[in-house]
Design a protein around this ligand. Structure first.
Ligand code: SF4
Length: 412
């Protein structure tokens, strides 16, 4: 059941930022070690100021799980991140999202009903193939759980290539439990506990929900664009010809990030014309044509590391969320750092987490009242954890899109 954000008591919107800061600080002190505040890289500075840890969604959830005295995790991010934190932390830890309206447009582009429908259509169309579902971290707990239950795994933008390599070898269906893949007499594969000779079926990866991360990564692995199809959940067979669907190695869910999709190839051209020495670095949620033109691409953690390692005088045009870019520019005045375009590349849903909501959530906790708790049900949690654990067990050295050389010495 969807729960909406209740209006804040009017006082919180009347307080000045200075007053809110004082009250937030007092609430933090009152809660002490029981409280951990997490701030995603894309969060606004006024909120980040109060974060005990900053990072990307997965880093933050793991950090929360390491805090043994924490009873409350206040996640200044978006809904799917708070779900991941609830999945990864102990049962006793209560996870709070200060504004329930802070969702993620990308995660919302794939729901469980659509996924079940897609799965049955793929099984019907490709009965002799092994379909391995992989979901990006930026998806709901329900999708992560579906993937876990269907022998797939989660991936992040840092390890996407390793996870796809694992999936193309058959994913969890091809490993562990003494099971082996077997092609059955009826030409559909099944799992058989008695090992026998087998002809491995063709493997197809179903990738949720970001088509761009899937496409950029698969292409960097050497797969041509025509080995991928896009699955539109509103159309039969995802809008594909059944034969094309059978031939494809990758079925990419028709989802995208509304922030990263704003960057276009002409933005790269414009930067190159104006600043010939500038390196262009983008997130792999950007569309393929942008990543192709960029010098480097990688996760938010990768982008942060490249800037930190670069020498004075380095020049960057970065294609990711504006709060992170502006923060990097302030932290590194010895470098020139600009946003790749002047589009409003702001995560508007994350921006809903502000000082009034943070203050309201914390002051309720001080009074012993948990507001906006994010709780994942037991079944969903169990299988989502399986999908996350599989990701953690996958080894490899591949980078997401093949453009991740260290750049500290390459600045002209
Ligand atoms: S930046 Fe994009 S993917 Fe990240 S939370 Fe915002 S809408 Fe979702």
């Amino acid at each position: 059941m969807k729960v909406w954000q209740q209006p804040l008591p009017p006082i919180y919107n009347k307080l000045s930022d200075a007053e809110l800061r004082v009250r937030i600080q007092l609430a933090r002190e009152a809660l002490g070690e029981k409280l951990v505040i997490l701030g995603h890289h894309y969060q606004q500075d006024a909120v980040i100021e109060f974060a005990d840890f900053t990072g990307d969604s997965f880093e933050l959830s793991r950090k929360a799980a390491e805090q043994k005295n924490a009873q409350y995790v206040v996640f200044c991010g978006v809904h799917f991140m708070a779900e991941s934190a609830d999945i990864l932390t102990d049962e006793r830890v209560r996870v709070i999202l200060p504004d329930l309206g802070a969702g993620c447009s990308m995660a919302d582009m794939a729901n469980l009903d659509q996924t079940i429908d897609c799965w049955s259509q793929l099984e019907e169309t490709c009965p002799d193939q092994l379909i391995v579902p992989i979901t990006y971290m930026n998806s709901s707990a329900a999708i992560k759980s579906f993937v876990g239950e269907h022998r797939g795994a989660v991936c992040t933008s840092s390890n996407c290539r390793n996870v796809l390599e694992w999936a193309l070898k058959g994913g969890a269906a091809a490993e562990g439990s003494g099971f082996r893949l077997q092609v059955s007499a009826g030409s559909s594969f099944n799992l058989n506990p008695e090992p026998r000779t087998l002809n491995p079926p063709k493997v197809k990866v179903l990738f949720f929900p970001d088509q761009h991360l899937g496409r950029n990564t698969a292409h960097a692995m050497g797969y041509p664009l025509d080995s991928m199809v896009v699955w539109d959940p509103r159309e039969e067979f995802g809008g594909n010809d059944p034969q094309k669907l059978r031939d494809a190695h990758f079925v990419l869910w028709k989802g995208h990030c509304s922030v990263h999709q704003l960057f276009r190839p002409e933005h790269v051209d414009q930067v190159r014309q104006k600043y010939p020495n500038m390196k262009v670095m983008v997130h792999p949620e950007c569309r393929f044509e942008v990543v192709e033109k960029a010098d480097l691409a990688g996760s938010t953690a990768y982008i942060v590391k490249q800037v930190e390692a670069a020498p004075p005088g380095a020049e960057w045009a970065i294609g990711t969320e504006v709060h992170l870019i502006n923060r990097l520019a302030r932290q590194h005045p010895e470098q020139k750092i600009i946003v790749l375009s002047d589009c409003q590349c702001l995560c508007t849903t994350m921006f809903r987490i502000d000082l009034p909501h943070l203050c309201w959530a914390l002051e309720n906790l001080v009074e012993g009242k948990v507001v906006n708790e994010i709780k994942v049900d037991e079944h969903t949690r169990k299988w989502a954890l399986v999908a996350l654990d599989r990701m953690l067990a996958i080894k490899g050295t591949g980078n997401p899109i093949g453009k991740q050389q260290p750049v500290a010495t390459t600045v002209d």
